[in-house]
Structures are given as structure tokens and as C-alpha cells.
Ligand binder design. Structure first.
Ligand code: C2E
Ligand code: MG
Ligand code: MG
Length: 768
């Protein structure tokens, strides 16, 4: 305890002494005055002194009494508190503890609390204080102690102490503890959480930095993006947000439409789900003027913001410039022709598909022109490869000029180029490709003058219309190539695609393949059509007519496959089969004792002009055992009009062998009767075209009648082909025609059926 404390405590006694001193001095002084007055005054003063002294004693007694009552009351209060509290003396002589405090001290109710000094020491120890610094708590400082017991979690208690009484003998203190365990736990968890959060935030910031990903977020109701630090750097801005309009202005002009679409989509999207599927936009952003545009991929999707329940669209902005550069290089390598630096075939196919789709969906139309530099390989060889390349480059440049306005130009192979030009007319400008090709040729001729004085470089072209000339782009291209191929190397050739021509050629070439397989597979069969005597309708002969019966049972007309067989040279094999088969069949019938008939076979020019035809026929006849007089060869006018000398010579040779010779389809060609006179014919077959109208057409009647008369005069017999009606037969009979062939007397039929007809006729004749 300090001297000042002692002084303060004894101040009333001091004041009392001073007062008594002063009264004494006054009393001595009044001794000098007259006795009566002075006596009264002296009595009064004495009384005052005594009264004051008694008063002070009373006050002091009261104060002492009063103070001791307060301590007891406080002790009572302390004992009733449910927080730990205790009253103690600084000389460790006194200690009052409440129940909560006893628990801390480990004293049970029944236990004797024991020596207060020992208890206080133990208490201070538990509080983490020493008796020496225990009094520090008096300065208003709160002392926190951690109470730890085995198997229990720590308890935190904050102690604060106030002075209750202070006097010469010592001081009495009141210390109260506030349990802050929950608070401390919460604080610790909060600290741990804050540390975790800070760590997580710094990890996130670091990963963002390392990954180079910028984040853009927007609420669909606001036209503003909230941007991450990385995104700020990408956009070249300092603020944490950027308006849509400012963002749009940072985009490459070509990408703004894409962005507008995106905005429309996020503004008008119907939001049924909490989150949408992620989508990606590829945009070019200019961070600062003067810098190059940087490619970014904005990978975004929509979510509901938990705090507001409003949709939020967020996405990652990733720099893809390097990928784009790589793509561009790859595209360059994959889609560009190295020599001419225009698109190659790969690019053509890709772009062509898009154009074709556009035509189909938007009703647009284009012309695809396939161009070929005439005799390029010769130019290349004669002018050198360098000049050859120059010609290709010049040609590519010319085509690029015509592809500038929504068109497309590509080099497909060596000297093969493709130009695609749009046709904006409603009904289709059929002359557009021709005009374009002519302009290209004009440009080429000017180039020739400039660069290749001695070389006149020209080009040929085939063209087709997109989408009408093909079911796909590939087909339209093939059709344009087909049109070009029709020129078969002709110089400065130009032709549009014609579907009809194409169909014919395709079916012919397919048939060529099938035909050669059919020969190997023996898919041919002979049918026989009766030739009858006009007077008595007796069968005097049969025309062998070939049939191609495919494995699926379909029958192909000789009118279709014979011309193809003639063109491809397959006819000789077919004719050989017909000759052998027909002769063998006739020999069989003869051996069966049926009425002998003449077997007619059709001869193609290829057969007729063979040098050793006579020998071949002789061998066949010998093999089958048939006399030559029962064989008739039908030749056509066209065949006979080839090499006249050879024809006559060959026919004479055949006639010398005893073979009959018929002129087939007479009247369809240009041969005159006088020419026919030169040939050693035995029969003239009047073409069916005269017979069809013979009942009504007087001109036909006159022609047929005249021909029959002239033939008779030349001792050539006549037969009418294609007789279908009795009336026709009647007229022909009147005109003196010798024989008739036609459906009226029998269609071409298989051998067994013909045999039955012939057998029936033989029986009848035998009966007569
Ligand atoms: P072609 O030699 O003038 O044969 C007559 C054609 O007229 C046959 O047609 C026959 O079926 C048809 N015909 C006969 N009567 C009538 C009739 O009353 N009405 C109608 N509408 N048609 C009738 P097919 O068999 O189709 O033969 C067509 C042509 O094919 C033949 O004309 C012939 O030039 C050629 N051909 C047929 N077989 C052979 C063959 O084995 N070799 C060669 N080189 N050509 C053959
Ligand atoms: Mg014939
Ligand atoms: Mg005929």
C-alpha cells in the first residue's frame, strides 16, 4: 500500500486535529478580552470543539460500521453468482469463493476450504498468475487464463478485479471471471476459417494467374460484366467491371455480330433449369489501340445466383491465339495449293459443301466451272517447268478475279481448276458460265501476249449448276467434270452438263461391263421367229434372234446390247455363238425329220468384214452337219454400203459356198435399188416401217409394190417384216410378196416351242 493511500485514509483525522488546533489558538486569543464575554465565547468554542470531536467519532464509527456491512453483503452476492468470483485480501489472509469458483479450485461442498493462502496460491497458479503480479489485475487489465484438465477441452476464463476495501491493514479485492470458452472456440474457428479462406483465395488467385484464365460474370438483368484481374489485363482496363457496349467495342468488327447473337440469346433465353449447357464463343479482343487483336475462347454457361436467385452468366476467357495460329498454319498446309496459293481440292470440297447447303436452304444458285488448260503437259515440256508453274499461277490469278464477289476458286490437280460463281438471277442465267469462260480466255490471251509470246495458252471448260445439277456438291462437281470430259481433249472446248446425255453414256458403259460378264456366264439364248410362205402360210424358215436373259430373269432387247457389243468388239463372240447355236439347232430339226427350213442369222458389220468368215462358217456347218443352202445371212444396208468392192467380193464368196444372202431392214438406209443390183442377194426384207401403215398409207403401198416388182425382175425374193394383221398380209399377197414374217404368224419363241410348231406343220403336210 502506498503512503498516498495512508494519507487519504487518515485525512479526516488530520482535518480534525487541525480544527482542534485552530480552536485552541482562538481560545488562547480570547483570554485577552473581558472576562464575561470571553467566558461565554470560550464555553461556546469549547463546546464546538467537543461537539466536532464527537461528530467525527460518530462519522468514523458509522463509516466503519457501514463498510463492514457492504463487504458482507457483497460476499453474499458473490456466493450467489453463477460465474466464478472470489473476494480476497492482498495479504492472502482472506478468501471468499462461490460455488463456480470452488469447481475451478476443485473443492467440493462438503470439503473444508482449508488455508486461504494455499487456496489463493493454487487459484493464481491456475489463473496463470503469480502472487506477485496478481495485483496487476487491479489496474483494470483483464487477465485470461486457460484451464486445462485431462480428458477435457480447455476452458478460457477472463478475470477482472476491483478494490473493495483498502486500509492500513491491507486491501480487499473482488475478482470475477467470465467464461469465454465458447467465444474463444468461435474465435479460433473463425481464425482457422479466415486463414483457410485467405489460403484458398490466394491459391485461387495463383491458379488464375498460372492458368491465364480471365473470368467474366454478368447478371442477366444488368448490362455489365464483372471481370477478374486476369480478364482486366486481357481487356486492358483498370476497373472491376465493363459495360456490354464497351466490351463490344473492344471486339474485332467481324466478331461483333457473333457477340450480338450471344446477347440476344442470353437476354431472350427461357430459363427453366438452374444451369444451362456450356457454350463457347471465339472472339478477337483488342486490349489497347495499336496492339494486335488477340484470340480468346469465351467458354460460358448460365447459373442461378444463390444470393439473388437471379440468373448469372459466367465464363472463362482463355487466350487461344497460339492455337489459332497453329490452326491457320495447318489450314494453310491442308487447304492451300503451294504453287498457285489458291485453295486446293480439300478446301474446295469443304467450301463447296457449304455453298451447296446454302443453295438448298436459302434458294441461292451457283455455277461450278471446271477448267483445264489445253495441252498443258506439252507446254510444260516445251516451255519448262518454271514457265509451266508461271502459267498455273497466272491462271489462278485470273480465276481469283472472278471468284472475288462471293465466288470461289481452287486448283484441283495439275492443270485442273474449279471456279464457283454465284447466279443472282431469279430464273437462272444460263449464259453466265459461257460469258465467264470467254472472259477468262480473253484474260489468258492478254497474259500470253505479256509473258509467252510463242505460246497460245487456251483452256477448256465444263460446267454445271448448283444445286439443280447434282444431289450433292460432289455430284455437281463430277457432272461439271463429265461435261468437260465430253470434249475428249478438243481445244477451247466448252460444254454444260446434260443429264440425258450423261444417263445414256453411264448406262452404256455399265452395260459394257455387264455384257462381257454375260458372255462368260453364257446368259444368251436364241429365239426363233417363223418366216412363212405368203400363199399357204407354211413355215419355210426361221430367223434366229438373240436374247440376253439376266440371272434375275430380265430380258434385254438386242436393239440395246447389239450396238454396244458392236462398238466394244464383243459382237464377234456373240455372233460366233449365234452361228453355232442356230446351225446346230437347225441340224437337230432336220435330223428329227421335220420339214427342212432355212435358218437366218443376223450379221453385224464386224462379222462380215472378217477375212476368214467363209472358212469359219464352213467349219461350223461341217461340225453340225448342215448343208449351206439351209443357212441365210441377213445383212443391213449400212453394212453393205461400207467398202463396196470388198462387200461384193465377200458376198460372192459366201454365195459360192451356197449360202443365202438377205438384205435386212430394206428401205431404212440410203441404198438404192440400182446399188442393190450389184450385190448377189437372194432375199430382200422390207422394213417393218413400210408395213405398219400399208393398209392406209398409199405412198407406202406404192413404194412396197414397186420394190417387190423390181426385186422380182432381179430374181430376188421378197419378205415383209413385222406383219401383224391379216389386212397387211392380204395387201402384200396382192402385191406379189413371197414371204411374211411377223407377230401374225408367230413372235420370236424358244427352240422347243418353235419345234412344236414345225412338227405340227410336218404332220399336216404328211397327211396331205
Ligand atoms: P431384225 O433383224 O430386223 O429383227 C426383226 C425384229 O423385229 C425382231 O426384233 C423381231 O422380234 C421384231 N419383229 C418381228 N415381227 C414383228 C412384229 O410383227 N411386230 C413388231 N413390233 N416387231 C416384230 P428383235 O428380236 O428385238 O431384234 C431386233 C434387232 O436386233 C434385229 O432386227 C437385229 O437387227 C438385231 N439382232 C437380233 N438378234 C441378233 C443377232 O443374233 N445378231 C445380230 N448381229 N443382230 C441381232
Ligand atoms: Mg434380221
Ligand atoms: Mg429387220
Amino acid at each position: 500500500m502506498s503512503w498516498w493511500g495512508d494519507f487519504k485514509r487518515n485525512l479526516p483525522l488530520l482535518a480534525e486535529l487541525i480544527f482542534v488546533g485552530i480552536c485552541y489558538q482562538i481560545f488562547r486569543y480570547t483570554l485577552r478580552f473581558p472576562e464575561d464575554a470571553l467566558f461565554v465565547l470560550q464555553c461556546f468554542l469549547l463546546f464546538m470543539v467537543i461537539a466536532t470531536f464527537i461528530f467525527v467519532l460518530i462519522i468514523r464509527a458509522y463509516r466503519r460500521r457501514h463498510t463492514s456491512v457492504g463487504i458482507y453483503r457483497l460476499c453474499e452476492m458473490v456466493l450467489n453468482l453463477d460465474v466464478p468470483a472470489f473476494i480476497w485480501a492482498n495479504d492472502f489472509s482472506t478468501l471468499y469463493t462461490n460455488q463456480a469458483m470452488d469447481e475451478i479450485l476443485g473443492i467440493s461442498e462438503s470439503e473444508d476450504p482449508g488455508d486461504s493462502a494455499v487456496l489463493l496460491n493454487s487459484l493464481f497458479y491456475k489463473m496463470g498468475l503469480t502472487p506477485r503480479n496478481a495485483e496487476e489485475t487491479l489496474s483494470g487489465k483483464t487477465v485470461r487464463s486457460v484451464l486445462s484438465e485431462e480428458g477435457m477441452s480447455n476452458r478460457y476464463i477472463s478475470w477482472s478485479t476491483t478494490v473493495m476495501k483498502q486500509n492500513r491493514n491491507g486491501s480487499l479485492y473482488f475478482t470475477i471471471g467470465y467464461e469465454t470458452t465458447e467465444l474463444m472456440d468461435a474465435k479460433q474457428s473463425l481464425t482457422a476459417y479466415a486463414q483457410e479462406l485467405a489460403a484458398s483465395e490466394s491459391r485461387y488467385a495463383l491458379s488464375m494467374k498460372l492458368s491465364g484464365i480471365g473470368i467474366l460474370l454478368c447478371e442477366s438483368v444488368h448490362d455489365v460484366y464483372y471481370v477478374s484481374d486476369e480478364a482486366k489485363a486481357f481487356l486492358g482496363i483498370d476497373k472491376n467491371e465493363i459495360s456490354f457496349s464497351d466490351f463490344r467495342m473492344k471486339l474485332h468488327p467481324d466478331d461483333r455480330v457473333l457477340f450480338d447473337d450471344y446477347l440476344n440469346q442470353i437476354r431472350n433465353a427461357e430459363r427453366t433449369d438452374a444451369s444451362s449447357k456450356p457454350r463457347t464463343l471465339e472472339l478477337r479482343i483488342l486490349a489497347e489501340p495499336g496492339k494486335p487483336y488477340v484470340w480468346y475462347s469465351y467458354h460460358y454457361h448460365e447459373n442461378l445466383l444463390y444470393a439473388t436467385g437471379r440468373p448469372i452468366i459466367g465464363g472463362a476467357l482463355i487466350d487461344i491465339t497460339n492455337e489459332k495460329l497453329k490452326d491457320a498454319t495447318i489450314e494453310r498446309l491442308a487447304f492451300l495449293d503451294e504453287t498457285t496459293e489458291i485453295a486446293n481440292r480439300n478446301k474446295l470440297m469443304q467450301e463447296g459443301e457449304l455453298i451447296y447447303q446454302r443453295c438448298r436452304t436459302m434458294g441461292a444458285a451457283y455455277w461450278i466451272i471446271v477448267l483445264d488448260i489445253d495441252r498443258f503437259h506439252i507446254i510444260n515440256d516445251s516451255a519448262g517447268y518454271e514457265n509451266g508453274d508461271k502459267i498455273l499461277r497466272n491462271f489462278a490469278k485470273i480465276l481469283s478475279k472472278y471468284s472475288m464477289h462471293n465466288g470461289f476458286a481452287a486448283r484441283v490437280s495439275a492443270d485442273n481448276f474449279v471456279l464457283i460463281v454465284p447466279d443472282y438471277t431469279e430464273d437462272g442465267d444460263d449464259d453466265l458460265p459461257v460469258r465467264t469462260i470467254e472472259r477468262i480466255r480473253m484474260d489468258m490471251s492478254q497474259q500470253n501476249v505479256q509473258d509467252f509470246h510463242s505460246l497460245a495458252v487456251t483452256c477448256s471448260a465444263g460446267f454445271a449448276r448448283i444445286p439443280t445439277d447434282g444431289d450433292s456438291f460432289t455430284q455437281a462437281l463430277e457432272h461439271a467434270e463429265f461435261a468437260l470430259a465430253m470434249g475428249k481433249g478438243e481445244l477451247s472446248y466448252m460444254m454444260g452438263y446434260d443429264a440425258t446425255v450423261h444417263r445414256e453414256i453411264v448406262s452404256q458403259s455399265e452395260m459394257e461391263k455387264e455384257l462381257s460378264a454375260a458372255i462368260a456366264n453364257r446368259e444368251f439364248q436364241l429365239y426363233y421367229q417363223p418366216k412363212v410362205e405368203i400363199e399357204n402360210k407354211q413355215i419355210i424358215g426361221a430367223e434366229a434372234l438373240i436374247r440376253w436373259i439376266k440371272p434375275d430373269g430380265t430380258m434385254v432387247s438386242p436393239n440395246i446390247f447389239i450396238p454396244i457389243a458392236e462398238r466394244t468388239g464383243l459382237i464377234s463372240q456373240i455372233s460366233r455363238f449365234v452361228l453355232e447355236e442356230a446351225c446346230a439347232q437347225n441340224a437337230i430339226w432336220q435330223k428329227k425329220q421335220l420339214n427342212p427350213i432355212v435358218m437366218s442369222i443376223n450379221f453385224a458389220s464386224g462379222d462380215f468384214y472378217q477375212k476368214h468368215i467363209c472358212e469359219s462358217i464352213r467349219d461350223v456347218l461341217a461340225d453340225v452337219g448342215m448343208e449351206s443352202k439351209w443357212l441365210e445371212l441377213e445383212l443391213t444396208e449400212r453394212l453393205a454400203m461400207g467398202d463396196v468392192d470388198f462387200t461384193v467380193q465377200q458376198m460372192n464368196a459366201l454365195r459360192d459356198m451356197g449360202i443365202l444372202l438377205a438384205m435386212d431392214d430394206f428401205g431404212t438406209g440410203y441404198s438404192s435399188l440400182s446399188y442393190i443390183q450389184l450385190l448377189p442377194l437372194t432375199l430382200l426384207k422390207l422394213d417393218r416401217s413400210f408395213i405398219i401403215e400399208i393398209e392406209t398409207d398409199t405412198v407406202a403401198q406404192e413404194i412396197v409394190s414397186a420394190v417387190i416388182k423390181i426385186a422380182k425382175s432381179m430374181r430376188i425374193e421378197t419378205i415383209a417384216e413385222g406383219v401383224e394383221f391379216e389386212g397387211q398380209a392380204e395387201i402384200l399377197k396382192r402385191m406379189g410378196c413371197d414371204y411374211i414374217q411377223g407377230y401374225l404368224y408367230g413372235k420370236p419363241m424358244p427352240a422347243d416351242e418353235f419345234e412344236r410348231r414345225l412338227a405340227a406343220q410336218t404332220v399336216k403336210l404328211e397327211e396331205l
